[in-house]
Design a protein around this ligand. Structure first.
Ligand code: HEM
Length: 138
């Protein structure tokens, strides 16, 4: 059933028992009365999350994807307060990480690549200068 009605916290507070139990998860209202007895975590724990937004409680348990799918069966409407914890990507994109790490690495490599040829050139010039002066004095 598609969510059509909007409910507020006052509506939720009227459905907090095993006779009628509503839950709010991610901005949607669910009538889970029928599900209470089937809940693998027990019915009493669900009752402690009624009358308020249960998104945090639901997510903290680390419910599986099949538990999240199961929710869809019980949706009856939308919550006035919206989604209190929208799902966002926690890991920054790879490119952002790579961009952060690369400058330090390439700066060291660049220094090495510039200094080494200069050192070799200076040594060759010094050797050449030494040989010339030896030849002159001979
Ligand atoms: C209608 C909403 C809910 C559904 C459909 C649901 C569904 C499920 C399902 C299918 C499991 C089995 C494990 C899994 O697949 O993740 C589970 C476990 C559990 N649920 Fe829920 N759950 C709901 C709400 C809640 C709420 C609001 C709480 C806490 C306040 C809660 C607490 C737990 C706990 C503690 C377990 C673990 C049981 C164990 O591992 O022994 N659940 N739930």
């Amino acid at each position: 059933m598609a969510p059509t009605k909007t409910y507020g916290i006052a509506d939720l507070k009227q459905h907090t028992t095993e006779k009628s139990c509503w839950l709010v998860v991610h901005g949607k209202v669910y009538d889970v009365t029928e599900f209470l007895e089937e809940h693998p975590g027990g019915y009493d724990i669900i009752l402690t999350s009624t009358g308020k937004d249960a998104t945090q409680d639901f997510e903290e348990i680390g419910h599986s994807n099949s538990a999240k799918k199961l929710l869809e069966k019980y949706v009856i409407g939308e919550f006035e307060g919206g989604d209190s914890a929208p799902v966002v990507a926690k890991v920054p994109p790879q490119s952002a990480n790579a961009a952060k790490q690369q400058p330090a690495k390439s700066a060291a490599t660049r220094t090495f690549h510039v200094i080494l040829p200069l050192l070799i050139l200076a040594l060759a010039l010094a050797l050449n200068f030494y040989m010339m002066s030896q030849k002159k004095s001979a």
